[in-house]
Design a protein around this ligand. Structure first.
Ligand code: ADP
Length: 534
């Protein structure tokens, strides 16, 4: 064989690795996309592209990450997903940047430490004449799915036997046909340094299945919107007027509902995006780790004045499929996450690293396939190497088409190899993938000051579906970087599927998130935005 690699190497599918208890839908989506599952017995430890687990990775996993690999958690993401940690961070930010900006989270006390402070607040509220009675909610700090939650008005009803937070209960929630609801918003952080945040336009509206009633605080199906609780309630299957059966809507349906009533949902969403950014700024910087991403589930409650409140941030937001709405939203969400991760269909880095190791073939260090970088830290790509890394993905039909094209390229290569013996199939593909940027595109980009949505067109989204390098692809490639790698000259893609970039939101925010996060400058920019939407 004239070449070191044959077409089977080039078409080697991407490999996913799942830890125990990862919801089945993750496997299904990756298989749908033509990926294969990692086999410990047959494959090397480095021979996977995405490792998904429900619990944090060990630091050694982060340290040994290879350029072609991604992990679905950042170290210490738990800083915002544990209720007490979140409360502490938000309180600190409130102190530093003013309560006007950080008043989106209900006042909270961490028990037992804040017991005295809570009593003082409780008494103050109780004594203030003419005020509506206050209600409180007590939640275990590290439990989820509504477990161990208690709502109370009178302090004598407060009992707990583990670490909890006591939070002001939002007693005037937005109701639809008398039912309480909250939003499960999916947020993907593709990099904490520089901070890069996407929110998902589609999501879940979760309803309580009994009518809201402050006279029955112990009716959890009226006060908690967790699906795990409501699906066991007597009214879950029943048709509920104005809501329907079950306990979920999509965001799309909710938006249509709001529009029918003339409510400006754009303004609401802008406020929610601010909440997401301000919350994530509270835990920035996290320890530097490359090739990670984090999918958070933000729980947002809207009150009857259309003010959004942050209730909590979930680590591993539930990906179980309880109903058809879950299937619609979560399946597309996972597909879009994989798109967002910017994998290339041709796994060249991994191929050059591991091709033939088990079969006893020549092992080629990945750095020699890209640029010489013998001394680089694992998991970090230099800009020149990144430029060598094509980005796009596709599902089965595209793969099928690709096989055909690869066959053609292979035939061509065989012919040209006689004339230019040093030009291998691999090197030809490299060349085609690294065509220079088209100048007009570069000019257009530099004019795009406001990033989200900038330059986005259906055409650009469609480009995501083709992986063979075309002139368009090369153009596209140079505008869509592997954002999870810090590269000072690069900017993240504004939209992928239903993921919309919300941070950085303008040039100033972009600058302030480079070389460490300049929280002060970012907050200044947010205050400007904030003043336009309050
Ligand atoms: P868990 O992690 O157990 O789901 P959450 O903080 O998300 O805990 O609370 C569960 C549910 O309780 C929420 O989905 C919401 O319906 C309700 N809830 C929580 N906190 C508040 C609050 N401060 N005001 C009103 N409702 C709340």
């Amino acid at each position: 064989m004239a070449d070191d690699y044959d077409t089977r190497d080039i078409l080697r599918p991407l490999v996913f690795r799942l830890h125990e208890n990862v919801p089945e839908i993750v496997r299904e989506v990756l298989l749908e996309r033509g990926w294969t599952e990692f086999d410990k017995e047959e494959q090397d430890d480095a021979d996977w592209n995405l490792y998904w687990r429900n619990s944090p990775f060990r630091m050694t996993d982060h340290h040994s990450i290879k350029p072609w690999q991604r992990l679905n958690h950042y170290p210490e993401a738990v800083r915002i997903t544990r209720k007490d940690y979140l409360a502490r961070h938000l309180k600190r930010m409130k102190g530093a940047y003013g309560s006007a900006l950080y008043e989106f989270s209900p006042v909270a006390f961490i028990m037992p430490n804040d017991y005295v402070k809570f009593i003082a607040e409780y008494s103050k509220e109780k004594q203030s004449v003419g005020r509506r009675p206050s209600y409180w909610i007590c939640k275990p700090v590290d439990l989820s799915r509504g477990r161990g939650i208690l709502i109370f008005q009178d302090i004598k009803d407060l009992v707990y036997d583990c670490a909890v937070i006591v939070q002001k209960y939002i007693s005037n929630p937005l109701l639809i046909s008398g039912y309480k609801l909250d939003l499960r918003l999916y947020v993907c952080v593709t990099s904490f340094c520089p901070l890069t945040i996407y929110t998902y336009e589609e999501g879940l509206v979760r309803f309580a299945t009994e009518k809201f009633d402050l006279g029955s605080l112990d009716n959890i199906c009226a006060h908690l919107t967790n699906t795990s609780i409501n699906k066991c309630g007597a009214s879950y299957e029943k048709y509920k007027e104005g809501i329907g059966c079950g306990c979920k809507w999509t965001f799309s349906k909710f938006r249509s509902y709001l529009r029918i009533f003339g409510i400006d949902d754009m303004l609401l969403w802008q406020k929610i995006n601010n909440i997401v950014i301000l919350t994530l700024l509270a835990v920035t910087p996290l320890p530097v780790a490359s090739n990670c991403f984090e999918l958070f589930g933000f729980d947002i409650l809207i009150d009857d004045k259309f003010k959004p409140w942050l209730l909590e941030v979930n680590y591993n937001p539930g990906l179980c499929l309880d109903c058809s709405i879950d299937d619609t939203v979560k399946r597309k969400l996972l597909h879009d996450i994989v798109e967002l991760l910017n994998y290339k269909q041709i796994d060249t880095f991994r191929r050059t690293q591991v091709a033939g190791t088990k079969a006893g073939r020549r092992r080629v260090p990945w750095s020699t396939a890209g640029e010489g970088a013998a001394g680089d830290a694992p998991g970090l790509l230099t800009r020149r190497k990144v430029a060598k890394c094509p980005s796009a993905s596709s599902v089965q039909p595209a793969l099928q088409a690709a096989r055909e094209s690869i066959r053609k390229v292979a035939t061509l290569t065989k012919k040209s190899a006689r004339v230019h013996p040093r030009k291998t199939l691999t090197s030809q593909l490299w060349e085609r993938m690294n065509m220079p940027k088209i100048p007009s595109q570069a000019e257009a980009e530099s004019k795009n000051k406001r990033i989200p949505g900038a330059g986005h067109s259906p055409h650009k989204s469609a480009q995501l579906n083709h992986w063979l390098p075309t002139p368009d692809f090369c153009n596209y490639k140079l505008t869509t970087r592997p954002y999870f790698l810090s590269d000072k000259d690069q900017r993240p893609i504004p939209r992928v599927g239903d993921f919309v970039l919300i941070f950085p939101f303008n040039e100033a925010a972009l600058q302030a998130s480079r070389d460490g996060t300049d929280v002060k400058s970012i907050i200044k920019e947010i205050k400007k935005l904030h003043s336009t939407c309050t």
